[in-house]
Design a protein around this ligand. Sequence first.
Ligand SMILES: Nc1ncnc2c1ncn2[C@@H]1O[C@H](COP(=O)(O)OP(=O)(O)O)[C@@H](O)[C@H]1O
Ligand SMILES: [Mg+2]
Length: 251
Amino acid sequence: MTEGTPQRHKVLAVVNRKGGVAKTTTAINLAHGLSRKLMRRLAPEDVERVSDPSSIFHYHDRIYYLLGHVLLIDFDPQGHCARGLGIDPGRADIGEVLLEQQHLTEAVISADRSADGYPRPNLWLLPSSDNLESAKDILRLQTMSLTTKRNYGLLRILSDRLGLAIERFTFIIMDCPPALDAFTQAVYQFADAAIVPVKPALVICFKNFDTYGLPFIQMVCNVVDPFLSNLGYMQQAVLSGQHADNSAKIQ
Ligand SMILES: Nc1ncnc2c1ncn2[C@@H]1O[C@H](COP(=O)(O)OP(=O)(O)O)[C@@H](O)[C@H]1O
Ligand SMILES: [Mg+2]
């Protein structure tokens, strides 16, 4: 983890209340892609000039400078992010972090697999497990007595327990579960922006995507959280023959 510069869209949530639309795949690839963008190849003669030697990474005969770090947070109790990255989460668990049974710095694990040929020196994971379900129940009970608007109590807990990550990481990508409960809504509110993967099969029925398809997706998202105005959508699993002109269009 390193100090990151504050920026507007730093915490991105990958959301859709439907399952199987590629949320986890998108979250993993986005986190991985961003972490690669934060690696700069260095010429050997430039190594001496680097102000922070701890940000230098050697891989085979190449040298990289790490401009920042990316954290992938798994908010789905299925815990597929660790499996997707091919890493063993061990005892690390977001449920325990939220219940203050584990410190964030213990629960954030490296996704680097340089030894297997997958160098990811600046990609980190906060893994999930079934524990998250019971943690959510406990947190809901704890916050029920609070007289707050919307999910403010849960949002405050998220900000409190995960706040350090916002300070230390350049980007945070959150893989959300296909749910619409109070906890998931608080996760949406914790984000600066949302990315909504959609299968073309869902929107292809709209003849004019911009006129009908996009407002449809916005309506779905506005139900999820009216405060989440920064919305991007991307078509996933596009089959040959289907039009994908709007794929990965970000508003
Ligand atoms: N672009 C794609 N094309 C084809 N299959 C995909 C694509 N993205 C994801 N999948 C597959 O779709 C399935 C569901 O993806 P997943 O990311 O787990 O969805 P979700 O997290 O929304 O439940 C997985 O088997 C995944 O490998
Ligand atoms: Mg998933």
